[in-house]
Design a protein around this ligand. Sequence first.
Ligand code: DC
Length: 216
Amino acid sequence: MSLPPAIAIDGPAASGKSTVAKLIARELGYTFINTGAMYRAVTWCLLQRGIDPSNHAAVAEVLPELPLSFGKEGSVSTVLHEGRVLRDELTAPETNANVSAVAGIPAVRALLVAKQREYNTREAVVMEGRDIGTVVFPNTPYKYFVTASEEVRAARRAAEGITDSIAERDRKDSSRACAPLRQAEDALLVDTSDMSIEQVVAFIVRDIRHKLSDNS
Ligand code: DC
């Protein structure tokens, strides 16, 4: 049985991929899945319990019992802790500072990749992250690597009022051993430095529709 379409949107921090992915999902009527929020939720939950993210054995041990679940609000993914949707916790400074370390732990990635694939067994998705085209859906024909210059990305984060050292996080995300941030060979590169959000969305949606009609 063939699965519904999965659109993979990868790229570095503050590249605009989240905004763009959400709008693409709305345009196509697909579910938007923010996988960074899943890594952030695990990070926040570990810190709450006083677990040091550099202690991989301790993380792997508590992982199965963390009271996290992964759902949807309308057509947008959510992460719940003891049944409550997590929001500001996900971008708290201590979450930002530790999420790359947590995302580098193989047991964490194995758990979350399985949850991410589960969404697509039920519905068509636009999924954004770092390893969607390389690891989560390596066989999807719809892969986009969305990026922008470091100056543009830093300015976008500052405009959001978020404290986040993106260069440092990108360095960690790109150099880790397990599923590093990298453009899939068959992904289309979209440099958004000089493009408006509307232009990026229109460009990617046009490409997806073209490929969808080729594959139908
Ligand atoms: O997209 P974001 O900035 O919310 O992601 C937060 C962190 O999670 C990022 O530093 C890297 C990690 N991440 C990952 O390793 N793999 C993903 N698919 C998504 C995020």
